[in-house]
Each structure stands twice: as C-alpha cells, then as structure tokens.
Design a binder for this molecule. Structure first.
Ligand SMILES: [Zn+2]
Ligand SMILES: [Zn+2]
Length: 226
C-alpha cells in the first residue's frame, strides 16, 4: 500500500462515518441510495429516464436530467465535504462511484461538452475552487468528453437557495447568469451541465437559458444528489 506523507499528516477519513482509511468506506457506499424515480427537469414530475416531457419542452429549456443519489445521509455529508476543501482523491473516488451507480444510457451515446454551474467570483475567491467545475472535469476525463470553464458567469451573489421558500427561490435566481469568456465553445454542442445538488432546479434552469440562447444544441443536467 502506498503511503504518502500527506496520508500521514492528513489521514483519509470516511466522509460518511469518519472511519479512517478511505474517503468513502464500503459500509457508507452501501448506504448510498440511488434515485429510482427520475424527473422531468422542467416540471419536476416523474418521467422516464429523466427526459423532459414532450409537453414541457421549451426552446430555452432543459432536455433532460440525470440525478444520481437521494440527498440524505451519507450523500449529504459527502457533498458538504466537496465544498469544504479541494481533495483530488475525494473527487476521483466520487467520479468512480457516480459512474458505477448511474445509468448513463440516456446520455452515453452523445459527445458532451461538460460545464459546471459557476460560483460568484467572491465565493470562488474565498473557496479557491468551484466544486461543480472540479467534478465536471473529472467526469469528462473519465468519459472522454470535453470540459470547459468560464462558459457562464454568475453576475449576482444571491441568498442560499436552501434557506428560501420555493416561490422566493425562483425570483432569487432570475437573470443571475450571463455569458462567460468561453461561451463560444458551446455553439452547436450538446452541453452537460453539472452541479452537486438539485433543489428546485431554478438555478440550473437559469443556466440552461443562457446556454441555449448562445447556441447550445441540447442541454442535459447532471447532479450528484436530488
Ligand atoms: Zn463510512
Ligand atoms: Zn415535465
């Protein structure tokens, strides 16, 4: 077994149960609950394989959503650790787990350009990385897809969506995204928009509008938890 000085200084602990040895122990992997009822990302009602209902399709709307785990223990703890600090191994492990759990059949035939939901500049500076970008990069690497950053720009700092009522959440995120300096990369591409958590989807639907308005052919979302 390889032991690096960093393992000795910062031993790996399970993000679920705090046990030493790995970032996600086999017990906690077994507790991960895969989502078994995919939803249409536009109306959020159940629909086969996360495709947007034909009646919900809009020119600037989502085409589908892959959501992997239910947002509860230990996934909830895993996601809070993703934001806490950047640990490459944790992202590697998560990518491997996502790929083993997820049915990618609805998106696996496409060549995707992966884009992370952006953070506001002040939050990015404070945290030092964007967890959605880091995850998107790893996924793209693993699947042989393209990845691009600075495609979108978050222009306004908003209140945490989790702290708001549903109706306020929609208002809270309206118009908060603009095109970033690499927006031209998405022209005529199928974009896979990545984030850690789906709450109401309001944030990701706003991103999708900007992506479609700027020439993306198709936009699917991918989230770790819902
Ligand atoms: Zn554990
Ligand atoms: Zn629908």
């Amino acid at each position: 077994m390889d032991m690096w000085w960093s393992d000795w200084l910062f031993p790996k602990r399970c993000v679920g149960c705090d046990d030493f040895g790995s970032y996600l122990c086999s017990n906690c992997v077994n507790l991960l609950k895969a989502i078994d009822t995919p939803i249409c990302p536009m109306c959020t009602k159940p629909f086969v394989s996360g495709k947007t209902h034909p009646k919900c399709q809009k020119p600037l709307g989502f085409d589908g959503l892959v959501a992997v785990f239910e947002h509860k223990y230990p996934t909830r703890r895993l996601i809070s650790k993703l934001k806490y600090k950047f640990i490459t191994d944790l992202y590697d492990d998560l990518t491997e787990i996502l790929l083993s759990f997820t049915d990618f059949s609805s998106i696996s035939d496409g060549a995707w350009l992966v884009v992370g939901v952006p953070l506001h500049k002040s939050r990015l500076n404070w945290r030092g990385f964007n967890q959605a970008d880091e995850l998107g990069k790893k996924l793209a690497q693993a699947c042989g897809w393209e990845f691009e950053t600075n495609v979108l720009l978050r222009t306004k700092k908003v209140k945490n969506q989790m702290e708001l009522k549903r109706s306020d959440r929609l208002q809270n995120v309206k118009g908060i995204f603009a095109k970033g300096k690499n927006i031209n990369r998405i022209k005529n591409k199928n974009v896979l928009l990545v984030d850690d958590v789906w709450t109401t989807g309001a944030t990701m639907r706003e991103c999708t509008k900007v992506l479609k308005r700027n020439g993306a052919s198709k936009v699917w979302g991918l989230v770790v938890a819902r």
